[in-house]
Design a protein around this ligand. Structure first.
Ligand code: PMP
Ligand code: GLN
Length: 392
């Protein structure tokens, strides 16, 4: 048995001094501790299509178990090139412009490491998914937070005034976590016009690309030539295939950006697990439109959840896309958002995520939390029953 007490502990200066454990990890731990229904961290409580699981298992049995090429299996990159061309009218070269990543989180960090020089500024629109700001910091960049406007819509005046000579990149996330807004075609064209005279790289986090409701379309940065030419577009199979634990994603970008992306990628993961890639490629080849049912699938869950919320004192905000539903709870409680989520988990038995966790300086008067409705109907109904009893 060795003891460490007498040993010298190396002194460290933290790379991320202000950062603790993520809100998702903390709320999931609290939900488990309280045996609460976990509508906090975003993940489905149901499995992927059995045909996809079969395809991955078959890939392992068929010997797809050694390193794939650094950028990902060619067959998967080819299938994706076709998919993106069909959906967005933009043809990416699978050899040079598509890379398979270990999920979107790694893709975003890698993109930033590839393009940010020390002191460069990166604009992050708040509330923002939690990995963006730490990733900018780890890349040596400076985060410029710009608040989204009323209704969590983009505020182009604020964005324009935050652009300066050191602005290297802008991160845009649509459909948006946590607000569940989806940028309109006009907003995407406005963005293109804003960036046109600049050298800003757009990191477009489109992981919820296939979850848009009420007949809306997801407008990818890939679909607007001016944006596509300056964008690294990030996707995640975890969301699209109900497999968040598989951690497989993609980045598509013009060759000059992808060249730099891959220089970093090859030294931070080198490549991504082979059987998942082979399974996903075969599945998408066999069922090229597999994701087309997602809007109806999730819209039905959203509608069931919203209908149930009407029996509570929680007011449902618009949910245009993603698998999140935000609610304004001011008629139920005056607690701040984080405190309310803890109370909800401990006392009502339903976990949620506070929107203030996505911002450095949240509005102290806002009272909004996020639920994830990617759950079985029985899970949603049980959560709603609990909320209807005590959140009135
Ligand atoms: N971006 C957003 C907006 C997300 O919500 C998530 C995960 N929920 C990610 C990135 C990370 O995706 P992945 O699990 O593929 O790393
Ligand atoms: N993106 C998921 C969410 O928003 C969580 C992923 C994570 O735990 N890092 O809930």
């Amino acid at each position: 048995m060795t003891t460490m007490t007498a040993s010298r502990r190396p002194a460290l200066v933290s790379r991320l001094p202000g950062v603790g454990t993520t809100i998702f990890t903390r709320m999931s731990a609290l939900a488990a501790e309280c045996r609460a229904i976990n509508l906090g961290q975003g993940f489905p409580d149901f499995d992927p299509d059995p045909a996809l699981i079969d395809a991955v298992s078959a890939a392992m049995r068929d010997g797809h178990n050694q390193y794939p090429p650094m950028a990902g299996l060619p067959m998967l990159r080819e299938v994706l090139a076709e998919k993106i061309a069909n959906l967005h009218g933009c043809r990416y070269d699978p050899a040079q412009e598509i890379t398979i990543t270990a999920g979107a989180t790694q893709a975003i960090l890698t993109a930033l490491l590839a393009i940010v020089q020390p002191g460069d500024e990166v604009i992050v629109l708040t509330p923002a998914y939690d990995c963006y700001a730490p990733a900018v910091t780890m890349a040596g960049g400076v985060v410029r937070h710009v608040a989204l406007g009323a209704g969590f819509r983009p505020d182009f005046d604020a964005m324009a005034s935050s652009i300066g000579p050191r602005t290297r990149a802008l991160i845009v996330n649509s459909p948006h976590n946590p607000s569940a807004t989806v940028w309109t075609p006009d907003e995407m064209h406005h963005l293109a016009a804003l960036l046109r005279p600049t050298d800003i790289v757009l990191i477009a986090d489109e992981v919820y690309e296939h979850m848009v409701f009420d007949g809306r379309s997801h407008i990818s940065a890939s679909s607007i030539p001016d944006l596509a030419a300056r964008s690294m577009v990030v996707s995640s199979f975890g969301k699209t295939f109900h497999a968040t634990g598989w951690k497989v994603g993609t980045v598509v970008a013009p060759a000059h950006l992808m060249l730099e992306f891959r220089k970093v990628h090859q030294f931070n993961v080198f490549t991504v697990n082979t059987p998942m890639q082979a399974g996903i490629a075969h599945y998408l080849r066999a069922l090229p439109q597999a994701y087309l049912g997602l809007p109806a699938f999730y819209q039905a869950r959203r509608d069931r959840f919203r209908a149930g919320l009407s029996a509570t004192g929680l007011r449902a905000l618009p949910s245009e896309g993603t698998y999140f539903q935000c609610v304004d709870y001011r008629n139920v409680s005056d607690m701040a958002e984080s405190a309310f989520c803890e109370w909800l988990t401990r006392n009502i038995g339903v976990a949620a995520i506070p929107v203030d966790a996505f911002e450095p300086a949240p509005d102290p008067d806002r009272r909004v939390v996020r639920f994830c409705f990617a759950k079985r109907e029985a899970t949603l109904d049980e959560a709603l029953e609990r909320l209807a009893k005590r959140c009135i």
